[in-house]
Write a protein that binds this ligand. Structure first.
Ligand code: FES
Length: 107
């Protein structure tokens, strides 16, 4: 089993509180969210269709896709409102004072 390495996505200061921020890197398209000093990362492409979750509406820990208004919990990727049915992939964020870093690839 290989040990997970890390991937730096952006500066924490790039991500406005209660807004989504899109990062394309290493073939991944990711949505970064900032809520009350904590950062959360999930795949950007909605599991229901072409919606970009970084462009959605964030309310607390709930992100509403701007395409058909389906919702997910940004902490777990779980569906919180239809028409979405498939959970989103989330990434573990590594503690760092300035940068948003995820564990990647996951082992
Ligand atoms: S594409 Fe996101 S809810 Fe349909």
């Amino acid at each position: 089993m290989s040990e997970a390495s890390t991937l730096t996505l952006c500066k924490k200061s790039d991500v406005e509180e209660d807004e989504g921020y899109k990062v394309d890197t290493e073939g991944l398209s990711l949505a970064v969210f900032h809520v009350e000093g904590e950062f959360f990362v999930m795949d950007d492409l909605c599991s229901h269709g072409p919606g970009s979750l970084s462009q959605g509406y964030l309310d607390g820990y709930n992100i509403e896709c701007d395409f058909h208004a389906g919702c997910f919990d940004i902490r777990t990727g779980e569906v919180t409102a239809p028409p979405c049915m498939i959970p989103m992939k989330t990434y573990k964020v590594v503690d760092h004072p300035e940068d948003v870093i995820i564990e990647w690839p996951e082992s």
